[in-house]
Design a protein around this ligand. Structure first.
Ligand SMILES: O=P(O)(O)OC[C@H]1O[C@H](OP(=O)(O)OP(=O)(O)O)[C@H](O)[C@@H]1O
Ligand SMILES: Nc1ncnc2[nH]cnc12
Length: 181
């Protein structure tokens, strides 16, 4: 958790039963609308990653892009999009995974990384961990080294962050929510 974790958490809204009954959707739009909170969020990531000599931020479609792009700009490293199926125009590699609600695939351009590149994988939220793990697999398949996986929100009771750690990756979350919160 970052030093701003409690504050960032306080500006994330919970929308019950969206997009389907039983899901507590953690909505980051109030955080993005709050310029001071958004700056503190990006600063938390800059502070953690500025000395880690990253080559690229691999950010996951779609909300991962919102945090990955300013971080890459600030750190002076590459920005690489990991996109939902069918969105990337060049030669791609792909991974399919299950979600808290449904299935999906993510894709990466096959020339996105050089062998050994040091990569941070970013998304807005970890639930079951399927999306983040699929992205990490794509990066490893393309020769990149996953330095860490980073997110704004972890939902630890859904087991995703534990699963990602069990696969040998570091996980950094700015804040976390229990189902009861
Ligand atoms: O840990 P997981 O169970 O894989 O779930 C986390 C993913 O779910 C959400 O994206 P979503 O698939 O809703 O897509 P979107 O960003 O395009 O809205 C979220 O932004 C993560 O990418
Ligand atoms: N509970 C949740 N809130 C926001 N995004 C999600 N993606 C998967 N589960 C989610």
């Amino acid at each position: 958790m970052s030093i701003y974790g409690d504050y960032i958490k306080s500006v994330i809204r919970t929308v019950p039963d969206w997009p389907q009954e039983g899901v507590n959707f953690r909505d980051i739009t109030p955080l993005l609308q709050n310029s001071s909170a958004f700056r503190k969020l990006i600063d938390s990531f800059v502070h953690r990653y500025q000395e880690l000599d990253l080559d690229a931020i691999a950010a996951i479609d779609a909300r991962g892009f919102i945090i990955g792009a300013p971080l890459a700009y600030e750190l002076g490293c590459s920005f690489v999009p990991v996109r939902k199926k069918g969105k990337l125009p060049f030669k791609t590699i792909s991974e399919t995974y299950s979600l808290e609600y449904g299935h999906s695939s993510v894709e990466l351009h096959s020339d996105a990384f050089q062998k050994g590149d040091r990569i941070l994988v970013m998304d807005d939220l970890i639930a079951t961990g399927g999306t983040m793990l699929a992205a990490a697999k794509l990066i490893q398949r393309s020769g990149g080294q996953v330095v860490e996986t980073a997110t704004i929100v972890d939902l630890p009771e859904l087991g995703g962050s534990r699963r990602i750690r069990e696969e040998g990756h570091n996980v950094f979350a700015v804040c976390s929510f229990l189902e009861s919160e």
